[in-house]
Design a protein around this ligand. Structure first.
Ligand SMILES: [Fe+2]
Ligand SMILES: [Fe+2]
Length: 144
């Protein structure tokens, strides 16, 4: 399973947001490593819970920044956040299923594919656009 490698192309330029993103990458890597080692379920649950919690707080931070800046794409960006939280909840629910219908291996692979695709796409497209807009708003006008 490919690890999440942070690369400078993912930097948005906003220190708080970039810090959050690195934390999310770190937790996603921990989750992948715990799943690959087939650690006891409690390790996976612990990291998955931490990832959900951190992601939720991060989205709240971004949504506040967008609302305050009057960012015109706030709604579509927020909707994308909602879809990601929904999927994280879905994984938590599958983890909590005690019927044995969901194999640990399949769940781990699904989670990692989802995280890899969505986190990268979201940062590269949605978050960078947001930070570019907000930075341009904050830049003092050069016209007199
Ligand atoms: Fe975002
Ligand atoms: Fe973000």
């Amino acid at each position: 399973m490919a690890a999440f490698e942070w690369n400078p192309a993912l930097e948005t330029g906003n220190a708080a947001i970039d810090h959050d993103h690195k934390m999310i990458f770190g937790l996603a890597n921990q989750l992948g490593a715990a799943a690959a080692r087939q650690d006891g379920g409690s390790v996976v649950d612990h990291v998955l819970n931490a990832l959900c919690e951190h992601t939720r707080m991060h989205f709240e931070r971004e949504e506040k920044v967008m609302r305050e800046a009057g960012y015109p794409e706030t709604e579509v960006h927020t909707r994308h956040h909602g879809q990601m939280l929904f999927m994280l909840q879905h994984f938590l629910m599958r983890r909590q299923d005690t019927t044995g219908r969901f194999g640990m291996q399949a769940l781990s692979e699904d989670m990692m594919i989802f995280l890899e695709d969505w986190i990268r796409l979201h940062i590269e497209y949605f978050d960078k656009r947001m930070v570019e807009y907000i930075t341009a708003q904050q830049r003092p006008s050069t016209t007199v």
